[in-house]
Write a protein that binds this ligand. Sequence first.
Ligand code: PLP
Ligand code: SF4
Length: 379
Amino acid sequence: MPNLRDTTRAPDTAWQDDVRAGVRHVRDLASLPLSPAEREAAQAAASLHKVRAPKSYLDLIDWNDPADPIRAQVIPSPGELEEAEGELGDPIADHEFSPVPRLTHRHADRVLLFPTYQCAVYCRFCFRKESLTSIGRGYTREALEPALAYIADHPEIREVILTGGDPLSLPDKALAEIRARVETIAHVRLLRIHTRVPVALPSRITPGLVAALQGRLMVTVVTHFNHAREITDATEAACRTLRQAGFVLLNQSVLLKGVNDTVEALEELCRELMYRLGIKPYYLHHGDLARGMAHRRTTIEHGQALVEALRARLSGICNPVYVLDLPEGGGKVPLAPCPIEGRDGESWRIRGLDGTVRDYREILGVREERPSKNPAAGS
Ligand SMILES: *Cc1c(COP(=O)(O)O)cnc(C)c1O
Ligand code: SF4
């Protein structure tokens, strides 16, 4: 049911106009006030990674600012054409861990399912850009059959993560079909959706879309906001719709040089995500080794300094976990600076948020819990 009190809600087809009036092909960039360097890069960069952005997202760009954080995310830049040694086509080894088409299984209890390789917006820094460009496949029911059969055959899978591509770029009917199929598999508990649609095309979050996702399963929507400027009345309305549907909202951001690599930018982003949108900041991803992205990567040391500062400034629920998704399928490992300075038996030396190192001695109630070879346990 539409929220009848919300008179600001756009009609449920408004998103189509937003897509139509946006950039859909590289040739549409001709209508934008690009710099000569961007214009020159656009054609070449577009052959490596598609170009697309809805009008409402483009409208957030301040065209007088060459370093605008929204512009940096969607307008091709000359830096993309420079491939650095060691960069990878498949930075987190999605393909290596793919037992059947359109599925990646790296952690026992959860799988990635790729219903489509298309997106509502193409982010220049996307780590899957080569899959999106080289595969370019959309959704068909048949294409997902092997992946669904695999999930049914693996009772250890509790969580199905729809990713891509952007699952919310699909029509309601396709989403309802996928949700219904997944929910017939009794051992699956949770449906997770990784999407940039609430950020880049918030008008797409309609009552019909919400209804398509509601059923037996707990639903978690993981959004992808990278800058506080992406948080608008429209994204607020979209997130309210998702929250009122009972979905759990989390956000993952990518740490991007020139976009959000300052304490102030991240602090405002994380605070507004939680306090205005009701989205818990989940991950802050260190830049992976996607090709042509050296110009957007920061050092790990810089990222660590940023999250240490955030930890001191923001409430616990506003803090994301800073992670690196390791190549070769090593998984997401936390990178925050380690506060443990040393240890002697059950005595630990731990640095506090104020920078002072303090001793903490473990005191356990049950003597037997301490292995007897440890003399400090007392006997
Ligand atoms: C990131 C990822 C997940 C989800 O990991 P969480 O830490 O649960 O968010 C699952 N499978 C693969 C292959 C991934 O890369
Ligand atoms: S929406 Fe996600 S999958 Fe699509 S281009 Fe952006 S980061 Fe990549």
